[in-house]
Design a protein around this ligand. Sequence first.
Ligand SMILES: Cc1cc2nc3c(=O)[nH]c(=O)nc-3n(C[C@H](O)[C@H](O)[C@H](O)COP(=O)(O)OP(=O)(O)OC[C@H]3O[C@@H](n4cnc5c(N)ncnc54)[C@H](O)[C@@H]3O)c2cc1C
Length: 256
Amino acid sequence: MSTRARQYDAQVLRRTPVSDHLVRLVLGGPGLAGFKSTGVPDEWVGLVVPGQFQSRYYTVRSWQDGELTVDVVIHDVGLVTEWATRDCLGDTVVLTEPKGSFAMTAEAGWLILVGDLTAMPAMARITDTVDVPTRVWAEVPDELGDYLPEGTKVHWLQTPDNGGSRLASVVEGIDWPQGQGYFWMAGESAQMRAIRKHLMREVRLPSTAYDVMGYWRAGGVRQPRAVDPGPIWRAGKAAGKSDEEIWADYDRARDG
Ligand SMILES: Cc1cc2nc3c(=O)[nH]c(=O)nc-3n(C[C@H](O)[C@H](O)[C@H](O)COP(=O)(O)OP(=O)(O)OC[C@H]3O[C@@H](n4cnc5c(N)ncnc54)[C@H](O)[C@@H]3O)c2cc1C
């Protein structure tokens, strides 16, 4: 049996700017007929754009009536960035099977979400689906007032001028709620590594109570390669690893 993850062809049906740095792409077409959402609200797919072989990873903002929506952040440079900035309507892209890692337990009485612009699609979809009191810290370069569901308690933070992130120090200042809950965070990898240490050593959250993912690496040049989180995720789960161990493996694979 082949261990290759299934792939799907899809066409860009609609392209709508959401803000200066965010573009919404709605993908569809007969090639998506067999696509099945995992239902996990931070699920992502690999995306290969025309003329490229490398994937980049994007959250499934929604999957409805045969249409899959992704919200793509426009960086200064980048493989998908350059493609999504152009008129890509009608282009055929390749998607990989979705995978998700958000794993809040039924006992969780609160949820904290922290992320930058790349994490907004996942934070919006998670907030859409959970019903525990939720607080969000969002570090974004644009005004995105109505991106999250109405009524969401959100602390808006401005992305630093150098395009980096200060999310690690933000999390170090959080006043943690009492009782069991769940913490989800995604953004720049070095910040995420610092936060895993902080959660383990200072906050002492059990590893089942958080999920902290490096979504991109600061650098200033196009990434030499992107590593698919899917196989690392599957192998880690099969080996009984925690989310935290799996995302640390993923960081190591990208650094190697
Ligand atoms: C599981 C997962 C889910 C993700 N979901 C989304 C999503 O829904 N929407 C989304 O836009 N991204 C998402 N990302 C992040 C996205 O895959 C990366 O940002 C990717 O590098 C963008 O590809 P690119 O081809 O545009 O730029 P690349 O060619 O990969 O990188 C070009 C340059 O841009 C820089 N760069 C990359 N990302 C950022 C950033 N966020 N801020 C500043 N500089 C950056 C790099 O350091 C590099 O210098 C997700 C990543 C993962 C792992």
